[in-house]
Design a protein around this ligand. Sequence first.
Ligand code: DI6
Ligand code: FE
Length: 399
Amino acid sequence: MSLLLSNLTVATMTDGYGLIPDAAVLIEGDRIAWVGPRALIPGPYDTLPPVDLGGRLVTPGLLDCHTHIVFGGNRAEEFEMRLNGASYEEVARAGGGILSTVRATRAATEAELLEQSLSRADQIIAGGATTIEVKSGYGLTVADEWKMLRVARRIGELRPVTILTTHLAAHAVPPDYKNRPGGYIDEVAIPSLRAAHSEGLVDAVDAFCEGIAFSPEDVERLFAVARDLGLPVKLHAEQLSDLKGAILAARFGALSAEHLEYLGPDGVVAMAKAGTVAVILPGAFYTLREKQLPPIAALRAEGVPMALATDCNPGSSPITSLTLTMNMACTLFRMTPLEALQGTTTHAARALGLSDRGTIAAGQRADLAIWNAQHPAELSYRVGATTLHSRIFGGQIDA
Ligand code: DI6
Ligand code: FE
């Protein structure tokens, strides 16, 4: 099957935006066969009837490289309680916080969890995503983490999107391990990882390295198991304090370290040396009304690639829009619109260890986003607008 797209502006993302005005893109099967100026369409293909895109902008399909979209229930009531003046303790006593999501996720059947999670996946897809990473971490038992990862895999079977799964049993300390997070790592998180991996449910391993979650020593034991299993690692690091998680992640050759508001200069250098991507999550910064900015200028100066993601989760980032995330990165963090688009394309692909997507070039997967826009800066500029026209996933135009 050959498909010729014509009358478009393409941002190939191969060198900066890599803009080609009045371009054409040729697709063979699920791959891009050729991209260039319309006047130069190669020989046998110039007689194919083209799909006219009306001068629209085409970018690589977006990648959301950090999400927690599989969870039960939501935390809107807790949001309202807080805004009515309830303290953190009052919210927790009323059953709020991350553990309320754990209870709701455990209580949901696999079918219920799938239904709730699919609606969030659909929203991210409707914003131009063709690849979504999905983390576990609201089950916190072997069986419930397994259920979450199965649901994540099902999303990829039911929708035109690539799903990558990340095992995040080391997300929170459940009540029965309250004063011994290390025991939870050894008795639940590591056995859960081994079990889920043996079922083919794990593409990468993550942990929350923080005072309220797991220490660098706990994370290191988990990462050592991941290394033995041949799985890539990544880390929620320096979100609330500087525990030197990014340095630990870099030492394990991590794909990425994520959040990073409290990342110090030593962490930036370690990440640059290891080639670890910085995943920047403005949705959580915004929702938590964080004041500490991630060290964007230092990351930029050291040449650390910066990816952007929604971090979609019920507590700290109930957001499903990648273009709103890009807008927040520009407005809150002073990233440029080019950096924002690299953050959801080339650098997000790298954060996921994928080299077959994130740019538009011959041989890459034919995952494309077609926008009601002319210039890529428009994607970051509008606040919460839905500018997607349509997507192409693996060479198939969305119905
Ligand atoms: N950092 C976060 O901001 C979320 N998880 C994490 O590791 C919070 C998740 C939640 O509150 O449900
Ligand atoms: Fe997260």
